[in-house]
Design a protein around this ligand. Sequence first.
Ligand SMILES: Nc1nc2c(ncn2[C@@H]2O[C@H](COP(=O)(O)OP(=O)(O)OP(=O)(O)O)[C@@H](O)[C@H]2O)c(=O)[nH]1
Ligand SMILES: [Mg+2]
Length: 296
Amino acid sequence: MRWGGRLHLNPKPIACIILPTYNEAENIASIIPEIYEQAKKVESHAIHIVVVDDNSPDGTRDRVFEFQKRFPNLHLLTGVKKGLGDAYKRGIAFSLERLQAELILQMDADGQHDPKWIPIFISFTNRGIDLVIGSRFVRGSRTPSFCGRRRFLSILGNRMIRFFSGISTVQDCTSGFRCMTAQKLSACNFNSLSARYSFQTALLIQLLQKDARAIEVPIVFNARRHGRSKLTVRDQVGFLLDIGRMVIAPRPIAAGAGRYRETGSETADKSGSVFPETAGTPAGSRSRDLGGSRSR
Ligand SMILES: Nc1nc2c(ncn2[C@@H]2O[C@H](COP(=O)(O)OP(=O)(O)OP(=O)(O)O)[C@@H](O)[C@H]2O)c(=O)[nH]1
Ligand SMILES: [Mg+2]
């Protein structure tokens, strides 16, 4: 592994966006400037980006080197490809230990996650939320890029996770678009987390076990802009095996899925879910509060 980039002293706390990349040269050409454009709307934090590139043969890292001349808060970690979870572990370790980040955001580099949500996610953490999940499966979300099979697999996978792990309140347990506080992340045991795709789910379970106050915000999960998905059939089988391990392993004690209650501005939908209104949230979008008890 190699540390890249420069660290600048900044009086503002740091919010670090981790972008795992494998052959995303074309995508990061647009996503990095778009993130820094959104960063201008964030007053509370200095935005840093940490690209974790696993020696992509398409020259992704050369694009990052070029951008580093323009953006001083852009960092690059390179390493051997061992899976998405492993890349995230390295990115989070760097952000927490080296940058002393206060917030960590996870985001795909392929354009499926719209950077316009970054200021909104951060605004939620400024109001006491520990974990903001960009969700594909709550009211108001859309997944236009999903074919029937992918949608079916995602919904089935999420149902299995909810059933076996007891996270009954979270609809999108596999989302790769999140914002988390360093405080809650530091309490997690990363050694026990998978190096593969199930890392996202395993981390979510740990955060909720640490009583993270969480909300799901409905997003539109776009089609990837360029290139191919890295999610292979092997990854999907591995993911199911990891869920199977959760069944065999001792079940987590009923982890509180957040106890956040927005005061003064709550509305409830027909199903009784609470949607705190958010200043700066795009028209028509609402967040789903995960407060309340968790069943097992
Ligand atoms: N560093 C690193 N990045 C990876 C690895 N696998 C995937 N990624 C990146 O992780 C992000 C998510 O991967 P995708 O292939 O888009 O997977 P996905 O979004 O879950 O699935 P799709 O909806 O099919 O695109 C992308 O930015 C990938 O380039 C890996 O092993 N190492
Ligand atoms: Mg993707």
